[in-house]
Design a protein around this ligand. Structure first.
Ligand code: COA
Length: 266
C-alpha cells in the first residue's frame, strides 16, 4: 500500500508499521490520520497478519498532533473542526480494536497523541531514555481524543496528575503507571520487541483476537453482568477447532498448528 508518511514491511505474519515524518518527529496531520486509518482497515481484512509492530522513524517515536496543522484550524468552521477531530477519534478506535496484537516500539519521545498511540498498543516496549507526556495543557488544549484509552491503561489518579500538569515523565514512570510494559536500553529495543513477537506467534490467533475483544467488553460492564459473557466466550473457545488443536497439541507434546516458530522457541 503506497503511503506518504507511513512505511510498512511484511515479514510473514509480522507487519512492521513505521510513522515516517521524521522532520517533525512524526507529528500527525490529516494525511497521517487518513493513512493510519487506511492501514488499520487493511489489517482488519488481512488474514495473513498475526502481529503488528508500530515504530517511529528518526529521533522520536511521535510528537503527537502536528501543531502547525492544529493552529491552522482556527480558520476552520466548527463543523470542519469536529469532522477532523472525529476522523482522528475513529482512527484511534479502529487501531485500538484491531483483532491482532499491536506492539509499540517506542523511542526518543512519545508526547500528546504519540503517548496516546502507546496507550492503544497492546504491548509497549520503550527505550529507557524516552520522554513521555500528555503535554496538551501546556499548549492550551487537552488530550481529549486519547483520554478513554489512556484512562483505561493508567487509571484516574495518574491521568489526573499527568493531564492536568502536562508534565513530561520518563520511561520508568510510564512503566510504573502501566503505559509501558518493558523498558530497555536502545541497543536492546529490537530484541525485546522480537521476544514479544515470538510469544504472540506461539499463541493462537483467534484466541488472541477473542481475548482482546473480551477485555474490552468486560471493562465496559459491571462485574455482576459478566457471567454470561465470560461463560459463553470460554464455552465457544473450548470446542472450537483452534481450542481443540491447542489443548491436544499440549497433551501430545507437539507444537500447535499455528506455531510457526522453530522448535527451540516453542
Ligand atoms: N507539531 C509540529 N511540529 C513539531 C512537533 C509537533 N507536535 N514536534 C516537533 N515539531 C517540529 C519542530 O518544530 C522542529 O521543526 P523545525 O526543524 O522546523 O524547527 C522539528 O519538529 C524538530 O523538533 P525539535 O524540537 O527540534 O526536535 P528534538 O528532537 O529536539 O525534540 C520533541 C523532539 C518531540 C521532544 C520536541 O519536538 C517536542 O517537545 N515537541 C512538542 C511535542 C508536544 O508537545 N506534542 C503535543 C502535541 S498536542
Amino acid at each position: 500500500m503506497p503511503f506518504q508518511f507511513l512505511t510498512t514491511r511484511r515479514d510473514g505474519p509480522i507487519e512492521y508499521l513505521t510513522l515516517n515524518r521524521p522532520d517533525v518527529r512524526n507529528a500527525f496531520n490529516e494525511t497521517v490520520i487518513q493513512e493510519l486509518t487506511a492501514w488499520a482497515e487493511a489489517m482488519v481484512d488481512d488474514e495473513g497478519v498475526r502481529v503488528a509492530v508500530l515504530a517511529g522513524a528518526g529521533p522520536a517515536f511521535c510528537a503527537g498532533a502536528d501543531l502547525t496543522w492544529m493552529t491552522r484550524m482556527a480558520a476552520y468552521t466548527q463543523a470542519e473542526n469536529v469532522r477532523d477531530a472525529t476522523a482522528a477519534a475513529k482512527m484511534y478506535s479502529l487501531i485500538d480494536r484491531l483483532p491482532i496484537a499491536l506492539i509499540g516500539r517506542i523511542h526518543g519521545a512519545a508526547l500528546g497523541g504519540g503517548a496516546g498511540l502507546a496507550a492503544i498498543c497492546d504491548i509497549v516496549v520503550a527505550e529507557d531514555r524516552t520522554a513521555f507526556g500528555f503535554t496538551e495543557v501546556k499548549l492550551g488544549i487537552l488530550p481529549a481524543i486519547v483520554s478513554p484509552y489512556v484512562l483505561a491503561k493508567i487509571g484516574a489518579s495518574a491521568a489526573r496528575e499527568l493531564f492536568l500538569t502536562g508534565m513530561r515523565f520518563d520511561a520508568a514512570r510510564a512503566k510504573e503507571i502501566g503505559l509501558v510494559h518493558a523498558v530497555v536500553s536502545a541497543d536492546r529495543l529490537d530484541q525485546r520487541v522480537a521476544d514479544y513477537v515470538k510469544e504472540i506467534l506461539s499463541a493462537a490467533p483467534e484466541a488472541i483476537a477473542t481475548a482482546k475483544e473480551l477485555l474490552k467488553k468486560v471493562a465496559e460492564r459491571p462485574v455482576q453482568d459478566t457471567i454470561g459473557l465470560t461463560a459463553d466466550t470460554i464455552a465457544a473457545r473450548r470446542v472450537s477447532p483452534e481450542g481443540q488443536e491447542g489443548m491436544r497439541a499440549f497433551l501430545e507434546k507437539r507444537k500447535a498448528s499455528w506455531n510457526v516458530l522453530p522448535d527451540p522457541d516453542r
